[in-house]
Ligand binder design. Structure first.
Ligand SMILES: [Zn+2]
Length: 425
C-alpha cells in the first residue's frame, strides 16, 4: 500500500517535470529508450508480436478492428476477449480477477473496443489524470462532477487524492445535473461538449461559482469553447483521451499538448496542415498499443508554447477521418473536405446559429441542420452555401448540392456522441 502511494507520488512528480522541463534532446532520448523497452516487452510476452522485427518502422500497423480481432493474442496476460466482454456487461465498477480494470467503448459505427489496464497501469493512469488535467493554477478545493457514459474503475481512484468526484451518466438531463452541482457545491464540471452546452443554457440556476469546465469525448470546436467560457465565466480545459491512451492534456496556459513522454506519435500528412495519427503508448504492457492508427485527424502546431513545454501542441482536432467529406474534382478523382472547414462554413455565416450539424449523404449531397435565432434565414443559408463553395473552389471540386433541413442535430445512436460534421456513406 505504502509502496503504491510512493510510486504514484514519484510518478506524479516526474510527470510534472517532464511536461514543463524536458528539453527536446531529453524527450528524444526518453522516447527511443522507452520504444526499445516496450517493443522488446511485446516481442517477449505477446503471442501476436512474437515473431516481429524489433525495429519500430517494421512493426505491423494496428487499429481498433485488428485489436479486437486479435485481442486474445495481443494481450500479454492470457486474457480472453469473450470473458472480458461478458464481465464488462455486468461488473463495470469492479476489477476483473481482482486486478484488471476493463473499459469498453462503443464506436460510432457500433464496433466495440476493449481496454484493459493492470494494477501499475491504473496507478499511472490516475497519476496522469491527476497531474495533467489542466486545472489553471489557483483552483482550490476541487469538487468535480464527472459525466461519463458509464463508470470505469480507472476514473474511480481519483477520489483518493483529496478531490471529491461525483459521477453521473451523461444521458441524465441537464436540469438534474444542476441539482447535483448545487446540492454538493461542485466547482468543476467535466463532460462532453454537447452536454456542457445544455448545462450552459441553464447556468443561471447554478447557485455558486464554477471554477473549471473540462471537455472531453467529443470534438470541442472554438465556437463551442467560447460559448462555454462566456456562460460559465470559467476556464475551459480539454482532455483528449481515447481507449488508446491519454493522448493530450491542457497546459497551464490553456493549450492542448500531446503527452509526448507517454505517447510516441507518427504523423501521416493529408496536406500541409492536417494529419492522420499513429500512436505508440510507451508504457502500456497488459495490452500493448503499438503503431495504432487513430481515427481522429489532427492539426499539429509546431510552434513552441509559452508555457515552456517542448511537447507539441494540437491546434485543432478536426474530427474522425471517417467523417471527412469526400467530393469529386473535375477529373472525377476524390478529394477531401475536412470537417473543420465545413464547421467554419456554417458558424461563420452568423452569430445566431447554434446546434448545427452537416451530413454528407453522398458525393454530391450535403444536408445542413441548425437552430437560428436571427431574422434573415435566407441570407444566412446563402452565406453558408457560399462559404462551402469557396472551399470547394480551392479544392477544384465539383460543388455538391446543399440542402437545409428543419430536423434537429442528432447524436450517434451507438456511441451517444454528438458528431456535428459527419459522413453517412
Ligand atoms: Zn503550453
Amino acid at each position: 500500500m505504502v509502496y503504491h502511494l510512493l510510486r504514484k507520488i514519484l510518478m506524479m512528480r516526474r510527470l510534472r517535470y517532464n511536461f514543463y522541463k524536458m528539453d527536446a534532446e531529453q524527450l528524444h532520448e526518453h522516447q527511443q529508450k522507452q520504444l526499445g523497452k516496450i517493443i522488446k516487452f511485446a516481442i517477449d510476452n505477446s503471442p501476436y508480436y512474437h515473431n516481429v522485427s524489433d525495429k519500430y518502422d517494421e512493426l505491423p500497423l494496428m487499429n481498433k478492428q485488428i485489436m479486437m480481432d486479435n485481442f486474445d493474442k495481443i494481450n500479454t496476460m492470457g486474457l480472453l476477449k469473450s470473458d472480458l466482454l461478458e464481465f464488462s456487461k455486468t461488473n463495470s465498477m469492479n476489477l476483473y480477477a481482482g486486478k484488471y480494470s476493463v473499459g469498453m467503448s462503443s464506436g460510432t459505427s457500433g464496433n466495440k473496443g476493449l481496454t484493459v489496464l493492470g494494477p501499475e497501469e491504473r496507478d499511472n493512469y490516475t497519476a496522469v489524470l491527476f497531474t495533467r488535467k489542466g486545472f489553471p493554477d489557483g483552483v482550490k478545493g476541487k469538487r468535480i462532477l464527472f459525466a461519463l457514459r458509464r463508470n470505469n474503475p480507472s476514473f474511480m481512484e481519483v477520489g483518493k487524492f483529496g478531490i471529491k468526484i461525483v459521477y453521473v451518466d451523461y444521458t441524465v438531463q441537464a436540469s438534474k445535473i444542476i441539482e447535483k452541482v448545487n446540492n454538493l457545491k461542485l466547482t468543476v464540471i467535466a463532460g462532453p461538449p454537447s452536454l456542457l452546452i445544455e448545462i450552459a443554457k441553464l447556468v443561471d440556476q447554478i447557485d455558486h461559482r464554477i471554477e473549471v469546465i473540462i471537455s472531453y469525448a467529443e470534438v470541442l470546436s472554438d465556437d463551442i469553447k467560447n460559448i462555454l467560457e462566456e456562460s460559465f465565466k470559467a476556464a475551459v480545459v480539454q482532455i483528449y483521451q481515447g481507449s488508446e491512451g491519454f493522448i493530450a492534456s491542457t497546459c497551464r496556459d490553456g493549450f492542448l499538448h500531446i503527452n509526448e513522454d507517454l505517447i510516441y506519435l507518427e504523423l501521416e500528412k493529408y496536406d500541409d496542415k492536417v494529419s492522420r495519427v499513429i500512436i505508440t503508448d510507451l508504457y502500456r504492457t497488459t495490452q500493448p498499443i503499438l503503431r495504432y492508427e487513430l481515427n481522429d485527424i489532427l492539426e499539429i502546431d509546431d510552434e513552441r508554447c509559452i508555457c515552456g513545454s517542448v511537447f507539441r501542441r494540437i491546434r485543432r482536432i478536426h474530427g474522425r477521418s471517417d467523417d471527412i467529406f469526400i467530393l469529386k474534382d473535375r477529373d472525377g478523382n476524390e478529394v477531401n473536405l475536412f470537417p473543420d472547414y465545413v464547421r467554419r462554413s456554417i458558424i461563420l455565416a452568423s452569430d445566431n446559429i447554434s446546434n448545427y450539424q452537416a451530413i454528407q449523404l453522398d458525393h454530391n449531397h450535403i444536408e445542413i441542420r441548425f437552430e437560428y435565432t436571427g431574422d434573415d434565414l435566407v441570407a444566412v443559408r446563402d452565406e453558408i452555401v457560399m462559404n462551402i463553395r469557396s472551399y470547394c473552389d480551392k479544392l477544384n471540386a465539383d460543388i455538391p448540392n446543399i440542402s437545409f433541413s428543419n430536423k434537429l442535430a442528432e447524436k450517434n445512436i451507438n456511441s451517444n456522441k454528438m458528431i456535428r460534421i459527419k459522413r453517412d456513406f
